[in-house]
Design a protein around this ligand. Structure first.
Ligand code: NAP
Length: 473
């Protein structure tokens, strides 16, 4: 029986690794997600086979197992169906929180009933301590992150003061004291265990609560990594190789993603975790200011310029996702393509509010993958581009990032759209983007603003193109 469980675990690990690898490409992501889901189902099957072959499974336990599977499965399926794409970071935060909570509960169960879990010895005790500590931080931190993104929670003023660092340090010291106590007593200190649970839970809240809402996706990615670490530690507690390997993979993948996001936003992880909201640093660091020289134009003028173009690049941003204008955009680009105009999409790594946000958005509208070009590939092509259509993007096309050393964005890699012949920027007004700073692109001579909600403007543009006969066979 154990051989069968090991064989199933091995297949599950391989599928999980293939799943994570496949998630790195838009084309393979859907299938990769399904592979990883099959891996999870196999993991559960392997565990059931193990218990059937050793201690057996009582009918009461079956009730819990089947009940839990049905309730969890139905809740997961309903959530996945209903959640809008723009709320994906909150959903991921909730799932991370569930992962952290699971590791915490497994470690607590092993601490209270060591015989049932075979959790004895130094490795088990240290694993319990790590699992409780990281699991509790992940759970409370993720719930705070989700509540902040949902707008249910805002940062209290006192949480922005420097004093919060002392509170967090005091909590970290309490965790350390509890951990030492637990290890010294071989994991059998009830006070130590509860002190660790309470101090770690408060630390998760204390670290996450002051972070600005817009930095939350980075924090969620980091918490995802923590949930992997907590799961790997829980794997040591219960002696599950599968959990150790899967947890380590999630931990490493989350850490890499966090680093990629920080690089794309030109932020260090330390400044995200301890620097408060970016808006504050933007105000302090300069880069703001009034617009004095804005040119705006009508949708009709935009349509006329597009009609005469040979090469058009679309730059999608957060506003396109907010307006849910991806399907209307696809209709516009279809008519341009039908007129023989070459259309590509420039994808900035941190456009939108979550990794891969624009890829997912455009995939929803059936934009062919091969038309999506990464920033490094598209940047050299802008000088040979006739028209760039910036749709609800702001920070990712701000030239200040390359030209103004005093700008908070300075050093962030951006799309060099200003090098194209003509740039149209579609947005509702002159509001700043996530960074809260002025965008020099909007005042350049080759830039025209087309004011309005992205969906409405694109709908009108489609109408104008039809009137002009663009794309009619
Ligand atoms: P952005 O800089 O946040 O700008 C979005 C713009 O969309 C706003 O200026 C807004 O202007 C406009 N907008 C909003 N609703 C609109 C609508 N219905 N129709 C048309 N326009 C609309 O967006 P971005 O250029 O995509 O840059 C992303 C930013 O988020 C970066 O600073 C990045 O560092 C940050 N970030 C990204 C991630 C990630 O993983 N992708 C995670 C965290 C933070 P109006 O209000 O004037 O319309």
């Amino acid at each position: 029986m154990d051989f069968l469980q090991y064989a199933i675990d091995l297949v599950a690990i391989l599928l999980l690794a293939l799943g994570i690898k496949g998630l790195s490409k838009v084309r393979s992501a859907r299938g990769a997600n399904q592979l990883a889901a099959v891996a999870m189902a196999l993991a559960v099957l392997g565990l059931l086979i193990h218990y059937l072959g050793t201690t057996g499974i009582s009918s009461a336990a079956w009730t819990w197992i089947i009940g839990g599977t049905v309730v969890g499965g139905v809740l997961g399926a309903i959530t996945a169906q209903r959640v809008p794409m723009t709320s994906m970071p909150e959903t991921v935060a909730l799932f991370n929180g569930c992962g952290g909570m699971s590791s915490l509960l497994v470690a607590l169960a092993a601490a209270f009933f060591p015989a049932a879990f075979g959790a004895s010895g130094m490795v088990a005790v240290v694993s319990i301590v790590i699992s409780v500590f990281v699991g509790a931080i992940t759970f409370t931190g993720s719930i705070v992150a989700m509540a902040k993104l949902q707008g249910w929670l805002s940062t209290p003023a006192w949480m922005q003061s420097k004093a919060r660092h002392f509170v967090n340090i005091a909590l970290a010291v309490a965790c350390l004291v509890a951990a030492v106590d637990l290890i010294a007593k071989g994991g059998m200190s009830v006070q130590g265990l509860w002190l660790l649970v309470i101090a770690s839970s408060l630390l998760g809240i204390g670290v996450t609560l002051p972070i600005g809402g817009a930095d939350m996706p980075v924090v969620i990615s980091l918490l995802n990594s923590y949930s992997g670490v907590a799961a790997a530690a829980a794997g040591f507690v219960v002696g599950s190789q599968l959990l150790i390997v899967a947890g380590a993979m999630v931990g490493a993948a989350g850490l890499i993603l966090t680093q990629v996001m920080c690089n794309g936003m030109n932020r260090s992880l330390v400044s995200v975790l301890f620097g408060g909201a970016l808006g504050a640093s933007a105000a302090a660091g300069g880069g703001g200011g009034e617009y004095t020289n804005i040119t705006s134009c009508s949708v009709e003028e935009c349509a006329l310029t597009l009609e005469a173009a040979e090469r058009v690049v679309i730059v999608p941003g957060y506003g396109l996702a907010v307006a849910q204008a991806q399907h209307t955009l696809r209709e516009v680009t279809r008519s341009l393509e039908a007129a023989g105009i070459e259309v590509t999409y420039a994808i900035h790594p941190v456009a939108g509010r979550m990794p891969g946000h624009m890829n997912v958005l455009l995939a929803e509208a059936d934009v062919p993958y091969e038309q999506l070009k990464e920033m490094d590939v598209i940047n050299p092509e802008f000088p040979a581009t006739d028209v760039v259509l910036v749709l609800g993007a702001n920070d990712v096309v701000n030239p200040q990032a390359k030209t103004d050393p005093n700008s908070p964005l300075y050093g962030m890699p951006v799309l060099d759209v200003q090098q194209a012949r003509t740039v149209f920027v579609v947005k509702r007004g002159m509001s700043a983007g996530y960074s809260g700073i002025k965008n020099d692109l909007f005042e350049l001579a080759n830039t025209s603003m087309v004011f309005g909600d992205a969906k409405k403007v694109l709908g009108d543009l489609l109408g104008e193109l039809k009137e002009l006969g663009v794309g009619k066979k």
